[in-house]
Design a protein around this ligand. Structure first.
Ligand code: PMV
Length: 321
């Protein structure tokens, strides 16, 4: 029986989206800029389901009853394949799932990539963006490697700002907790859009942050990227905090990590941090500083683990079952 396996990497945003234009189609209300992370991997295998007459999704070996993120992309793609066969989808992550590490982005991007290859669809990038976005607003960015711009004003076109080898930086993912998050991004975004008094300011500043970050990445200006990425991250967490009910994904471990980052910065290390819908702190730094940064954070904080990665590439089909 034909099986197709694809891998994709998670991405994290330096200019973030938090808030949907419309919940039905899952479209972000703003543009975003991300970086793809290499050593973290979602691997998804698909094959025809001959045992039951519904789709089945397994994540890390466990069957999921909630198919709400995978069915919309699957139904969109089946318009192109013209098939009504049921699938078994087996997805595995080599990193903690649902804890603010973008596992749904890489999971969905690997699924879309596997599906396209399985049915020989040769889709253009815009159709793959559309399919992935139906599952997760950040998933389309995982279809591309390096630094990625998702432009909400141009129908969510995703384009590469720099290829992964063009600016060889290191990525350190500081794991503050492996627990799944208590409030999903979807729920949190809904609350923020409805209730945060600074949600409009957040929307209004997006364009400025995008321009600053695009420029900083194109000119490989670490200090400029640090300024805009950290300002953007702080503002997103302020939007979360000022929502009703107030949302906070950060923990004491997150805060201790941030204070160690300030110490490292005062010692002259070049680094920037960002935090998403989870307590993990993601650092981008010059490779010459990464060992020192890693050791200092492990020694001085309660961070459980640090994943040392580089900038990642696009999804790939892999020849194994
Ligand atoms: O991909 P989603 O729809 O679960 O949302 C991700 C939102 C953030 O990670 C917080 C920000 C971003 O742009 O990735």
């Amino acid at each position: 029986m034909k099986e197709t396996v694809a891998i994709a990497h998670p991405n994290f945003a330096l200019v973030k989206y938090w808030g949907k234009k419309d919940s039905n189609q899952n479209r972000p209300a703003m543009s975003s800029i991300s970086v793809t992370v290499d050593s973290m991997i979602s691997k998804t295998k698909i094959f025809k389901n001959i045992q039951s007459n519904h789709h089945q999704l397994f994540i890390n070996g466990k069957e999921e009853s909630d198919l709400s993120k995978i069915l919309p992309p699957l139904e969109y793609l089946s318009e192109f394949s013209g098939t009504d066969e049921y699938l078994v989808i087996e997805s595995q992550n080599n990193f903690p799932t649902s804890s603010g590490l973008a596992s749904s982005a890489s999971g969905i991007a690997s699924f879309v990539t596997a599906y396209e290859a399985h049915y020989n669809l040769c889709l253009d990038i815009n159709h793959k963006v559309e399919a992935s976005m139906l599952g997760s607003g950040s998933a389309p960015r995982s279809l591309i490697g390096g630094f990625v711009f998702m432009d909400h004003k141009d129908n969510y076109r995703c384009s590469q700002i720099l290829k992964e080898p063009e600016w060889p930086l290191d990525v350190l993912i500081c794991i503050a907790s492996k627990e799944p998050k208590k409030i999903s991004s979807r729920e949190g975004m809904r609350a923020s859009k409805k209730t945060s008094p600074i949600y409009q300011d957040w929307l209004d500043i997006n364009h400025k942050h995008i321009d600053l970050a695009l420029n900083a990445i194109k000119t490989k200006n670490m200090a400029a990227l640090e300024n805009v990425a950290e300002e953007n991250c702080k503002l997103m967490h302020e939007v979360m905090k000022t929502s009703i009910p107030s949302i906070s994904y950060m923990t004491d471990v997150t805060y201790s990590c941030l204070s160690e980052i300030e110490n490292l910065r005062s010692l002259g290390h070049k680094l920037l941090y960002t935090i998403d819908a989870g307590p993990q702190v993601k650092i981008i730094c010059d490779p010459t500083s990464s060992e020192i940064i890693k050791n200092r954070i492990i020694e001085t904080t309660d961070v459980i683990d640090i994943i040392h990665a580089g900038i990642g590439g696009p999804p790939e089909i892999i020849n194994e079952s």
